[in-house]
Structures are given as C-alpha cells and as structure tokens.
Design a protein around this ligand. Structure first.
Ligand SMILES: NC(=O)c1ccc[n+]([C@@H]2O[C@H](COP(=O)([O-])OP(=O)(O)OC[C@H]3O[C@@H](n4cnc5c(N)ncnc54)[C@H](OP(=O)(O)O)[C@@H]3O)[C@@H](O)[C@H]2O)c1
Length: 259
C-alpha cells in the first residue's frame, strides 16, 4: 500500500495520475484550488477502487501553502509514499507586456510550492529510507522560451533542482523523477492564453492520460528524467549541441503566434 499526494489533481495530467494510482488500489491525497472537482473525483475513485481519498482545497501560490498541506496530512496521520508535484501553469506573451501578478503566482506555484513540498516530505522519506517523488517539468525546461520566458525558466529550475536532489538521495532509497511532457491536451493552453501559439494551434497533441501513464511508469521505475515522445526527446537533447543564440531563435519561431 503506497499513498500518493498529487498537486493539481482537479484537471489534466494530475487528474489522470490520480486515476492511474487509484486503479492500483492505493490511497490518495488530492490538492488543487477547485475542492468541488476534487470531491467529485474522490467519490468516483472511492466507489470504483475501494481506496481512501483525502481532498485538500488550497491555492498553492499563496505563502506557506505547502506547509499547511503538510501539517494537514500529518494531523490525519497520512504517510506520503509518492509525492507528485504536478500543479503548474504558464503564460504566453512578451515579457514587457505580460501581467506581473500572474507571473508572481506562477513562480510561487511552479517553483516555491514545489520546492517546499519536496523539502517537507523528503525529510520524512529520508528517515524511512524509501519514497518516490515526481516533479512535473516540461520540454520547456531545456531551452529559453521567448513569448513564455518566465514559464520556461520555472521549468528549467524544476529540472535542475530535481536532478540535483535526486543525486543527493540516490543512496537513501529515494528517487526523484522530472517528467518532461511536450504540448499536451489539457487545460494548460487556456490557462496560459497560449491557444494562438504555433506550437499548439491546429496541432494534434497527446492526451493527458498518455502523458500520465508514461510519467507514472517512469516514477515507479525511478527514472531521473522522463521526456514524453520520441521527437520531444530528440529536440530536448539536440539543443546541447547547438549555439545558444540559434536555439533561442528557433524556439521563438516555434512558440510565436500563428499568422
Ligand atoms: N499541457 C501541457 O502542454 C504541458 C506541457 C508540459 C508541462 N506541463 C505541466 O504539466 C503540469 C500539469 O498541467 P496540465 O497540463 O495538466 O494543466 P491543467 O489541465 O491546466 O491542470 C493544472 C492543474 O494545476 C492546478 N492548479 C493551477 N493553479 C493552482 C494553484 N494556484 N494552486 C493549486 N493548484 C493549482 C489546477 O487546479 P485548480 O484550477 O483547481 O487549482 C489543475 O488541477 C503543469 O506543471 C504544467 O506546467 C503541461
């Protein structure tokens, strides 16, 4: 029996991860702002798989939110075996014109909450000498991204942080996996106001379910970096051999608004 805590479980990849974990017969803690959607998912999963699901409605971009969730799971004596830091969002537009408050919330969620959750639950995992953590990064992590500059930088942080801490705990029975999806069908594009970007407009994207299945398998097998899709893996790795100026230009061209 392994209990998983999944942030951003009310939609998209996080919701699919919750379904996969419950189908194994294991318990869950689900976190997101939309408590009603979490409670609907809880009813569905508890009825279908006879598991216990705890839901916590929380805006994880607010200061101390991760600690409040940690305190709640401690109060309820729930041991977290798998921590899945999935909640995150982006924003599309030129940095000189985008909204600072949205970017601040993004940094708080994509970086601060993820880092704080990792610290809190990792300390318990180290004491037990077991645990799995999956941090959802992105193929955006591998290069600077004009028109999504802050988002790409937050995901570069997630990738770098995950690889480094994974190295620190690799002899302690714990693994940290950075899941790197490419563009995926979910609520992400609407939340990022990215629908007009060439990389998604009119494009067939993999489903959130397919990405979740890939990520869950990678987490269980303890993979350090899991890039979804062959083309995404080739592109993510190829940037290391290209001049950075060229990489940024090509990325701008891929992300720009479709004409
Ligand atoms: N879809 C893609 O193209 C893509 C590609 C690469 C990486 N990713 C990454 O994959 C992860 C999941 O995104 P998704 O594609 O599944 O997008 P999504 O469908 O928009 O889901 C995002 C989830 O995060 C939660 N969330 C957003 N803001 C939150 C906040 N302030 N506090 C707590 N929860 C919050 C949302 O729930 P509430 O609204 O209920 O809070 C929702 O459950 C993100 O980290 C994203 O950056 C996505």
């Amino acid at each position: 029996m392994a209990t998983a805590l999944i942030t951003g479980a009310s939609n998209g990849i996080g919701l699919e991860l919750a379904k996969i974990h419950a189908a194994k017969g294991d318990d869950l803690v689900l976190v997101a702002r939309n408590k009603q959607k979490l409670d609907e998912l809880k009813s569905e999963l508890e009825a279908a798989h006879k598991v216990k699901v705890c839901t916590i409605g929380k805006d994880l971009s607010l200061p101390n939110a991760a600690k409040e969730v940690y305190d709640e799971t401690t109060r309820q004596h729930i041991r977290i075996d798998y921590l899945i830091n999935n909640a995150g969002f982006g924003d599309f537009g030129m940095f000189a014109e985008t909204d600072w408050n949205k970017e601040l919330q993004m940094i708080n969620l994509n970086i601060t909450a993820l880092t704080h959750f990792t610290k809190l639950y990792l300390q318990d995992m180290v004491k037990r000498r077991s645990g799995r953590i999956m941090n959802v990064a992105s193929t955006a992590a591998f290069q600077p991204g004009p028109t999504m500059s802050v988002y790409c930088a937050t995901k570069a942080y997630v990738l770098s942080f995950s690889e480094a801490v994974n190295n620190e705990v690799s002899d302690k029975g714990i693994t940290i996996t950075a899941l790197c999806p490419g563009p995926t069908e979910s609520g992400f594009q609407a939340a990022a106001a990215q629908e007009e970007s060439k990389i998604v407009k009119g494009k067939k994207m993999p489903s959130a379910k397919a990405v979740a299945e890939f990520g869950y398998r990678a987490m269980i097998s303890g993979k350090t970096i899991a890039i979804h899709g062959m083309m995404n893996a080739i592109l993510a790795n190829s940037v290391r051999f290209m001049p950075r100026l060229l990489v940024v230009k090509v990325t701008r061209n891929l992300l720009d608004k479709a004409q």
